[in-house]
Design a protein around this ligand. Structure first.
Ligand code: SF4
Length: 116
């Protein structure tokens, strides 16, 4: 996380679209991981301060969690004209990247409920 650059210091990378043969979109790959979570299990991705995800991550780093998470867990959605971070925790593949890569160490990954 200490090496993460602010959005103003970076150029967007134009990745080719997945071809469905050798490369696949993230959610198709999450499906193949065959993980199962109870929809109502306790949160295992905890934000120390939810507002930091907009004030710092969104405004200064263009929400890096929406790119580095391999499972598409983090999404920015517009709500009444304002950005809001949505966490799709049931997609998580438990790589723990968000716990280490978040610029302000605001995301805490904790061991999820068992049986997955
Ligand atoms: S641990 Fe974090 S980065 Fe990894 S899949 Fe889960 S939410 Fe995404």
């Amino acid at each position: 996380n200490e090496q993460l650059k602010k959005a103003t210091e970076c150029k967007p990378i134009d990745y080719p679209k997945p071809d469905g043969v050798l490369t696949f979109d993230r959610l198709s790959s999450v499906f193949l991981a065959n993980l199962a979570h109870e929809e109502n299990q306790p949160d295992h991705l905890v934000l120390k301060n939810p507002q930091v995800m907009i004030d710092v991550n969104y405004k200064e780093y263009a929400s890096p969690e929406t790119r580095y998470c391999p499972a598409g867990v983090y999404e920015i959605v517009e709500e009444n004209g304002s950005p809001r971070l949505q966490i799709n925790a049931t997609n998580c593949v438990h790589c723990k990247t968000c716990d280490t890569k978040d610029p302000t160490q605001n995301i805490t990954w904790i061991c999820p409920e068992g049986a997955s």
